[in-house]
Design a protein around this ligand. Structure first.
Ligand SMILES: [Zn+2]
Ligand SMILES: [Zn+2]
Length: 340
């Protein structure tokens, strides 16, 4: 690449000296398809680019099958005119613009009144995963010198669909959908690929929500974590949360894709956190042999707030440390909770 750029600059310099006819021959010999304006000025210009998809959205990562083109902006000096003239663009089958480009657009343009050119006529449909890059070269005009844009890389993700599934683990790595207040949970992610193809690799990212539908607030995001193991699984023990109040939470996992597989989102995975308490009334002191009626009131929180336990919830009273000489006239028996 450096060699090619060098030849171009030599060509440009000679253009002013020896005229157009010879210059065309030199350009051909140098392998550079773009041709410089032989009267290019010497005010410096700056070339920037964005990669567009066919809807002219700026993209840096696309799935296989996407058609992309380059959008070029050339900046001149603040006090000077807007740059005019043409650009030429290289298309590389790598992400670093190393080596010769796979294709060069030739001289295309012109820049519009804003100094931009949307190179829809130099578009490529990416058919395999990997890296690509555009690099644009402004050819200069009467005011401005030529300038090269930076190497602009594009990541093409695999076209095979992947499937992301998750289960919520407690601290003992048991799959849970309901836990009691005080437990700590994390997400366990499995990404499945296509049979006959490699196991998915790469990273995932996770979200932790304050509701059961992944529509509420995101309490935390993991960032990119991983990698998936040889089975396409990742146990996200580093993204674990103690659940300190009854209610609903949810994890949602996103597989980030690799060279074979496209990204995929797991389903929203709800977790219900439950709690319960019991109130026994009344307190009192009775003589042995007197009867004392207790009422046990059990409150449960199924994740939707505290309420009475269902009618029929069993509670058990047991008597401990009873003096040996005393035989209770009525041994304790399980009571129905006053939950209604
Ligand atoms: Zn565009
Ligand atoms: Zn686990």
């Amino acid at each position: 690449m450096h060699r090619k750029r060098l030849m171009r600059s030599v060509t440009v310099r000679r253009l002013t000296l020896i005229g157009l006819a010879t210059a065309v021959a030199l350009v051909g010999a140098g392998g550079a398809a773009g041709m410089r304006d032989q009267s290019a000025g010497d005010v410096s210009s700056e070339t920037l680019t964005r990669i567009h998809d066919s809807a002219h959205q700026v993209v840096t990562t696309v799935p296989v099958g996407t058609t992309v083109h380059d959008f070029v902006v050339v900046f001149g000096s603040l006090s000077g005119p807007v740059p005019t003239g043409n650009v030429d663009i290289d298309w590389f089958l790598n992400g670093t613009c190393e080596g010769p480009p796979a294709v060069n657009s030739g001289s295309i343009g012109p820049l519009d009144a804003a100094g931009t050119y949307d190179a829809v006529g130099f578009a490529f449909t990416v058919l395999s995963p990997g890296q690509r890059a555009f690099k644009a070269h402004y050819e200069g005009d009467a005011t401005y010198a030529p300038s090269d844009g930076p190497c602009e890389s594009l990541t093409v993700e695999g076209g095979l669909t992947s499937q992301t599934s998750t289960e919520i683990h407690n601290a003992a790595h048991q799959a849970v959908t309901v836990v009691e207040v005080g437990q700590t949970v994390h997400d366990f992610v499995t990404v499945t690929g296509q049979s006959g193809n490699p196991t998915p690799t790469g990273n995932v990212h996770l979200e932790w929500y304050d509701d059961a539908n992944c529509l509420g607030n995101v309490l935390a995001t993991s960032g990119s974590i991983g990698p998936l193991d040889a089975s396409g699984q990742f146990d996200a023990t580093g993204f674990a949360f103690p659940v300190l109040s009854a209610g609903h939470r949810a994890f949602k996992a996103h597989y980030e894709g690799d060279g074979t597989y496209a990204p995929s989102d797991g389903p929203c995975e709800p977790l219900t956190i439950v709690d319960a308490n019991i109130q026994i009334t009344p307190n009192g002191v009775d003589r042995v042999g007197d009867s004392h009626t207790f009422t046990a009131h059990v409150n449960v929180n199924d994740g939707n707030g505290f309420g009475n336990a269902p009618d029929g919830t069993a509670t058990t009273f047991a008597v401990y440390s009873l003096p040996r000489r005393v035989t209770p006239p009525n041994p304790p028996t399980p009571q129905r909770a006053a939950g209604s």
